[in-house]
Design a protein around this ligand. Structure first.
Ligand code: GTQ
Length: 374
């Protein structure tokens, strides 16, 4: 109850019957509300409908970036800015539904295309956001993570866990381009972003390579583990999941029924847990078979897709997006989506924030009753 001069403490009682909202009471309320901001207070009942919505209100929209439009601009960036000047020479994807200060491709996920030209290095740094990388073009450029170097090839999936020192370099004679996926919007929202240059800690621009090539692959990726060693960390110890291995696994499973919603889909796993390769992001490779059209479903994980091979289309939120190799598209949380190949097989790489939603019991999934959106 609203009284002009506060009554004795404990004297405020609920009115007995329904109360008439008189003009006078309305005016008192307005005065009351106008005064609250001075004390950094808000009245929940005025915002409850906006805060607790029956379903998520999603600002990110479905969108597709064409490789034919992105690649020339990334290459132009290579003419205008060096990797050294840029720290990381990346053009990142901006979701059109979000304000531009949100560095987000969709929801909690950042994505961008990184370019390293022959002879360049991107010096060592580390940050609390974790990174996934899917190689689009080039071969034999390297990434070094925690002292282990891997030479990357088109189609490889490379992990850079939270706070690991990492740098990139290109000793080949061709440009190398890859898709970066980071949990920057999530970590930013959690107020947990830290960043540091290796040179500030050690005086050296680039970390030393301290491990043999393919060390993690031999140690952790052969269904064996060294019994005298424990992998510390919640992330996968595997640095590079090789395209040839993953692609041939997909091919071998092509006669499975697969998922009605995703076709033949494989998750890149952490061999220590069987779970996702990174604690905040999981990555997948999926085969959409010749003339396959998956059924529509939706879930609360947001996803970035990259077309690794072939062509086709996805219907996302009722809208058709035609895609071809090199394109990147996004499916926001709780958006209906279905995929179809077009004139042969297609392979989609994707990464999502599903592990976060699963960890906190926030994952929800629903099939579309009608099967397809149209
Ligand atoms: O390669 O370290 O796309 O630090 C954004 C931030 C890539 C990287 C990005 C980064 C990196």
């Amino acid at each position: 109850m609203i009284t002009q001069s506060p009554a004795k403490e404990g004297a405020v009682a609920a009115p007995k019957g329904p109360r008439e909202v008189t003009a006078e009471l309305k005016a008192e309320r307005e005065k009351f509300y106008a005064d609250l901001p001075k004390y950094q207070l808000g009245a929940l009942w005025n915002v409850l409908d906006d805060a607790l919505t029956p379903e998520p209100r999603i600002r990110s929209v479905p969108y597709l970036w064409k490789w034919s439009e992105v690649r020339p601009r990334v290459m132009r960036a290579g003419e205008l800015v060096t990797a050294k000047e840029a720290e990381r020479r990346v053009l990142y994807f901006l979701n059109p539904g979000l304000p531009p200060e949100k560095i987000s491709a969709v929801g909690t996920l950042y994505a961008g295309i990184q370019l390293i030209l022959p002879g360049e290095i991107a010096r060592t740094h580390h940050h609390t956001p974790a990174a996934t990388r899917f190689i689009i073009e080039g071969e034999r450029a390297y990434t070094t993570v925690s002292g282990e170097r891997t030479l990357m090839k088109k189609g490889d999936y490379v992990t850079t866990p939270n706070w690991t020192w990492h740098d990139h370099g290109n000793e080949s004679d061709k440009p190398m381009l890859w898709l970066d996926g980071l949990d920057v919007p999530l970590v930013t929202e959690l107020d947990a972003v830290f960043f540091e240059l290796f040179v500030e800690r050690t005086g050296n621009e680039v970390q030393p390579v301290t491990k043999p090539m393919e060390d993690a692959s031999h140690r952790w990726a052969k269904n064996l583990r060294p019994t005298y060693q424990r992998h510390a960390g919640k992330f996968s110890p595997i640095l590079n999941y090789r395209w040839d291995d993953c692609r041939s696994a997909l091919q071998a499973l092509r006669d499975d029924t697969g998922s009605p919603f995703d076709g033949i889909v494989l998750e890149y796993i952490n061999p220590n847990t069987g779970g996702p390769s990174l604690p905040t992001m999981s990555a997948y490779l999926q085969l959409i078979r010749s003339s396959e059209h998956t059924k529509a479903h939706r879930h609360t994980a947001s996803t970035v897709y990259h077309v690794a091979e072939g062509r086709g289309y996805s219907v996302i939120g009722g809208k058709r997006f035609d895609w071809a190799e090199g394109d990147t598209f996004v499916v926001p949380s709780w958006s209906w989506h279905e995929h179809a190949s077009d004139g042969g097989e297609a392979v989609l790489f994707s990464f999502s924030d599903r592990p976060v939603l699963e960890a906190f019991d926030l994952i929800r999934e629903q099939p579309l009753e009608a099967g397809y959106q149209r």
